[in-house]
Design a protein around this ligand. Structure first.
Ligand SMILES: [Zn+2]
Length: 222
């Protein structure tokens, strides 16, 4: 399997995992990844059921959005995926979900502060809320890039979550950790309020993830 086929297969697996984990319903959400050693991106097509997708349905585009491969229309959120890839050379995979607790924070337009170890390790801090804009617009893409900064996840006001990382698996993990942290944050607020981690400890935990734990997960620790 060449790298394009490998990436397409990974996208299909993440699509089914998003459904299995209850992070999206139906055909909502979208997934993309850079194709290694090219300047192309593979992305889910618009409005197709994840369980029915085949590798041929995954669309390949360049960083301007021009379709290079595939007969279907790319996801309507293509602008936000491309904006993140253009702004963040380190990002290899992006997953967009509509999970319940994270969306509750996004609807209330409340950031999820740095409150729990796994979230701050992978995401690099709390999770900001990008300013509202209509789905699929360049304005939404711009707002997301600003709110994402150098971290690996962001909430979209009245919409959902974007998780990203150095692999598709890491992007998916970011979405799962944001959902888990949102649930913990909402529950903690019902029993007296969340206590935040210090900036210094967040930095230590994120550095540990970047320098050691990520490598261990990727099997490249030495
Ligand atoms: Zn969406």
């Amino acid at each position: 399997m060449n790298s394009t086929e490998t990436i397409k297969t990974e996208i299909l697996a993440i699509g089914c995992a998003m459904l299995d984990k209850g992070l999206v319903a139906g055909t909502w959400g979208n997934i993309s990844a850079r194709i290694p050693e090219t300047s192309f991106v593979a992305i889910t097509p618009s409005g197709r059921g994840y369980r029915e997708l085949t590798a041929n349905d995954v669309v390949v585009v360049d960083l301007t959005g021009k379709v290079m491969e595939g007969n279907l229309k790319p996801s309507s959120e293509l602008p936000l995926h491309l904006a993140i890839y253009r702004a963040r050379p380190d990002i290899q995979g992006i997953v967009h979900t509509h999970s319940v607790f994270a969306s509750a924070c996004a609807v209330a337009r409340k950031i999820i502060p740095p409150i729990i170890e796994d979230l701050v390790q992978l995401v690099g801090g709390g999770v900001e809320v990008a300013d509202y804009a209509l789905p699929g617009t360049e304005t939404l893409a711009k707002n997301i890039v600003v709110a994402l900064g150098e971290r690996n996840a962001v909430l979209m006001a009245n919409h959902g979550v974007v998780g990203c990382g150095q692999s598709l698996v890491e992007g998916m993990m970011a979405c799962e950790l944001v959902e888990k942290a949102a649930q913990i944050y909402i529950y903690a607020n019902q029993i007296g309020g969340a206590q935040l981690l210090s900036k210094e400890d967040v930095a230590i935990m994120h550095e540990f993830y970047v320098d050691y734990y990520r490598k261990r997960q990727q099997g490249s620790e030495n």
